[in-house]
Design a protein around this ligand. Structure first.
Ligand SMILES: Cc1cc2nc3c(=O)[nH]c(=O)nc-3n(C[C@H](O)[C@H](O)[C@H](O)COP(=O)(O)O)c2cc1C
Length: 198
């Protein structure tokens, strides 16, 4: 492959995917059909706790994040696992069709799961839109905007005097002189070439 970075030019948004019992930040979302109840696909990494929950649940929600979203929402849902913290203790949500949607968002889509496609690392969950609302008309945050502004959004700080490797995709920090062989980010799954030494 000459330069995989061209895939970053695919326009993606920033969402919080929620389902019964948890959720996480996702950018891999796509509307794949039109009509009154369009199909919406979301790709969820198999190692994420949300993947387990999505397999058990028949419905899921996508809350659309704005450019001015409180970055705590991205940190809580995107850089932590429900295995370790209760994300809903930190962030305000409202229950719609039995699922918590994010209050500080542009609105939500509730989908009924209709299909799943498995690959090695991800599951593609396909849902039919059954309920939706718009909270406000502000500008949505794109994944590209997040990538360009994540340092200020996440304010990644590293401990003085220790060699740190920062994931340029999500902000996760690994401490150690070198990254282990075949290292992959435990949060977002990207490979070692996406890490910068600080
Ligand atoms: C900007 C950003 C985009 C992300 N996009 C995705 C995605 O599309 N699919 C996915 O499975 N995880 C994605 N993640 C990673 C999950 O949000 C993250 O691994 C989360 O901690 C998983 O939490 P869980 O274990 O509670 O499911 C993204 C994270 C960030 C910060």
């Amino acid at each position: 492959m000459k330069n995989k970075k061209i895939t970053r030019k695919i326009t993606q948004g920033m969402y919080v995917l929620t389902t019964q019992g948890g959720g996480c930040v996702v950018d891999a979302v796509s509307q794949v059909s039109a009509g009154d109840n369009p199909l919406i696909a979301v790709a969820v990494m198999k190692k994420n706790y949300t993947n387990e929950l999505m397999h058990k649940s028949n419905t899921f929600a996508l809350s659309v994040l704005s450019k001015d979203v409180n970055p705590e929402i991205i940190k809580t849902f995107g850089l932590n696992s429900m295995r370790d913290i209760n994300k809903f203790d930190h962030i305000k949500t409202t229950e719609v069709e039995g699922i918590n949607v994010i209050d500080d968002s542009l609105g939500y889509m509730i989908c009924e799961k209709v299909d799943t496609i498995e690959n090695e690392t991800h599951t593609l969950f396909i849902g039919k839109l059954i309920e939706a609302d718009v909270y406000k008309e502000d500008e949505a945050m794109s994944y590209g905007y997040y990538q360009d502004h994540k340092d200020e959004l996440l304010k990644v700080t590293t401990e003085k005097g220790r060699t740190a490797w920062v994931c340029m995709a999500c902000g996760y920090v690994y401490y150690g002189d070198e990254l282990p062989e075949n290292f992959k980010c435990p949060i977002c799954g990207v490979s070692a070439d996406m890490f910068e030494r600080k």
